[in-house]
Design a protein around this ligand. Structure first.
Ligand code: XCC
Ligand code: SF4
Length: 632
């Protein structure tokens, strides 16, 4: 590993590096998202405002002052709300299906197999939570029953999601009274599509309500399943040191980039890249070894469990190929640019798709099966090694940007860190009480959960980084996941040195607990960890979640998953601040609901503000309002 050059990296430095990479690409005629944004701008106004409907073939219908209703008579609010619910359903389906796939992997786990139970303690805890007999049972027998019980959460005919019981009782009651308790996960997704079929719902309230419910089926259903089952299989994350930014790629090594979301694949690729036989093979082709780095949520999954470096986030996926030093970019599902196909053809890079769910032109398809995971992963790693000789040295350009980061703050790990400062108060062990005391005392003002993607509509990473700096300077601790976490990592904000950027109070907490001010909680399905943390804080404090001085923020979001997340975060009682509009502007009633009166239902709502600095001010204001309401 080359030396870490800087503690902090600025957006300007990253942009200069990207420019150099684009120049590299220009030599071989590579296309780029930067160019495609230009080709696509200005965007369609109807689409942007959410007032285009094409859910039946009498349309497409577009709402204008002269044509205020579609052919069926649906008005702008109905169309906007239907589109919003469909967007949510897409996200809920995606996260939840990811969770289902992990549950399937757990079902296939066996002693001595490719997949094993790494956290039996968590397995037993969940089994007990679900009323499954644990005494005297073989651990794999138990794992299979837990996996099957989890899988049944997707289609059970009666009842609501099992994990809802983890929330404070006041919150469970709100969900029940508002009729938004998620039932079977697949049912909420199906019902969302049913409700938005031609000639079903056009009442904004009903559609927004179902959006919250479908979101909850993700956050407290499918995503939580993904997180928990991943922990059982691959281990619950603990703090671990790593590095971030494009400079984690190694000039003299075989570079394999893992990208996507599902850790079942990346765990195996990581495992075989450390296999002596594979390393010997790499050396035989003239490389010094094998270097694995991640992009997007897969990066989060493997960094928090193995300290694998993070090469970049969503809008840097092309950059890894543009270095000319990427032997293979191996992807599973979600957030993968189809652009990687043609781009990889401009270089020697192998673009390897592995999932029937994400098949793309110009890729090498090696279908990944849990049953033959080891074999599949070995084949992939071998393919990358063999490709090392095809590198064109004149095209190799790895920008010298690399930072340190400490990652892996699962809820369990955070509590453990807190335990370290409570040795005199035994009743506080394993709780969030020390944290609550800091908030009550005002040493910490509150917390922000910062999540989500990059989006070219926002100068990439700037919103994440600037907001984080502003918040920590104001003694607000930040928990991060997804591409927001990688933005923090790339800038150096997940290192313990970042305490220097904090206000006095937060700085003291960081020193005392020995944590960075920006805590990495994992991938996007791991926003479920944030829900658990918020619930535990509320319970330890004797409050409902909506009273706790914590807000959510997705300043650069882009995906359907992000809207599903937004809906469950809000429905959990956490005000959520967005830096990109969710295609709702054309429906004033929908805007009034989302940014207004849903607060009467769930105690929280959305704020949409495109001016990022203002967005930060509004979050701080909201946190202070919550403090004032608590009299602290
Ligand atoms: Fe995808 Fe999860 Fe967004 Fe990043 S943050 S661009 S959804 S990888 Ni989830
Ligand atoms: Fe037009 Fe109504 Fe059909 Fe939508 S459902 S395309 S508004 S006719």
């Amino acid at each position: 590993m080359s030396d870490i050059k800087t503690t902090f990296i600025t957006v300007e430095q990253m942009e200069a590096a990207t420019d150099a990479l684009l120049a590299n690409g220009a030599k071989v005629g590579a296309d780029s998202w930067q160019q495609r944004v230009k080709n696509q701008t200005p965007h369609c106004k109807f689409g942007e405002e959410g007032i285009c409907c094409r859910i039946c073939s009498m349309g497409p219908c577009r709402i204008t002052p002269k044509a205020p209703r579609g052919i069926c008579g649906c008005d702008a609010d109905g169309i906007v709300a239907r589109n919003y619910l469909r967007f949510t359903a897409g996200g809920a389906a995606t996260h939840s299906d990811h969770g289902r796939s992990i549950a399937h992997t757990l079902y296939l786990a066996k002693e001595g197999g490719d997949y094993q139970v790494k956290d039996p303690e968590k397995l037993i805890r969940i089994a007990k939570e679900w009323g499954i007999e644990t005494e005297g049972r073989d651990i794999y027998d138990l794992a299979h029953e837990v996996a099957e019980t989890g899988l049944l959460e997707y289609g059970k005919p009666f009842g609501v999601q099992r994990f809802l019981k983890r929330a404070p009782e006041a919150r469970q009651k709100i969900w029940h009274d508002q009729g938004i308790e998620p039932r079977a996960i697949d049912r909420e997704v199906s019902q969302s599509l049913h409700m938005t079929h031609m000639g079903c719902s056009s009442l904004p309230e009903a559609l927004v309500r179902q959006s919250l419910r479908a979101g909850l089926s993700d956050g407290w259903g499918g995503s939580m399943m993904g997180t928990e089952m991943s922990d059982i299989l691959f281990g619950t994350p603990k703090p671990i040191d790593t590095t971030a930014n494009i400079g984690v790629m190694e000039k003299d090594m075989v570079n394999i980039i893992v990208h996507g979301h599902d850790p079942s694949l990346s765990e195996m690729v990581v495992f075989y890249s450390q296999d002596p036989e594979m390393i010997a093979k790499a050396k035989a082709v003239g490389a010094k070894g094998i270097n694995i780095a991640g992009v997007c949520c897969t990066a989060n999954e493997v960094t928090m469990r193995h300290g694998i470096p993070m090469a970049g986030n969503f809008l840097q996926q092309e950059n890894v190929v543009l270095t000319g030093a990427c032997e293979a970019i191996v992807v599973d599902v979600q957030c993968i640019f189809p652009a990687l196909g043609p781009l990889s053809k401009c270089f020697h890079t192998k673009f390897i798709t592995t999932s029937p769910i994400a098949q793309m032109p110009d890729s090498e398809y090696i279908e990944f099966h849990e049953e033959s995971a080891g074999e599949n992963a070995k084949k992939i790693v071998s393919m990358a090694i063999e490709n090392f000789k095809n590198r064109k040295p004149e095209l190799v350009n790895i920008p010298d940007l690399k930072t340190n980061a400490t990652v892996g703050y699962s809820t369990e790990a955070i509590k453990k860190c807190l335990d370290g400062v409570t040795n005199s108060h035994l009743d506080e062990l394993g709780t969030t009480k020390p944290l609550i005391d800091c908030v009550k005392a005002g040493v910490l003002r509150g917390a922000v959960a910062m999540v989500g993607c990059n989006n070219p509509k926002v100068r990439p990473d700037t919103a994440h980084i600037e907001l984080m700096k502003k918040l920590i300077a104001n003694d607000i601790i930040v928990i991060v996941s997804g591409c927001s976490a990688q933005a923090a990592g790339k800038a150096g904000l997940m290192s313990k040195e970042a305490k220097e950027l904090c206000g006095e109070g937060l700085k003291r907490v960081c020193e005392l607990v020995d944590i960075p001010p920006i805590l990495h909680m994992g991938s996007c399905v791991d926003i479920s960890r944030m829900m658990i943390l918020a619930s535990d804080i509320a319970k330890d404090w004797g409050l409902d979640i909506c009273q706790v001085p914590v807000v959510g923020c997705a300043p650069e979001w882009m995906s359907e998953k992000a809207v599903s997340i937004g809906n469950y975060v809000v429905a959990t009682g956490i005000d959520t601040f967005l830096g990109v509009d969710p295609y709702t502007k054309g429906g004033p009633e929908v805007v009034n609901l989302l940014q207004g009166s849903i607060k009467d239902w769930v105690g929280a709502n959305y704020t949409v503000e495109l001016d990022i600095d203002k967005l930060g001010d509004l979050m701080i204001e909201r946190i202070e309002e919550k403090r004032a309401a608590l009299g602290i």
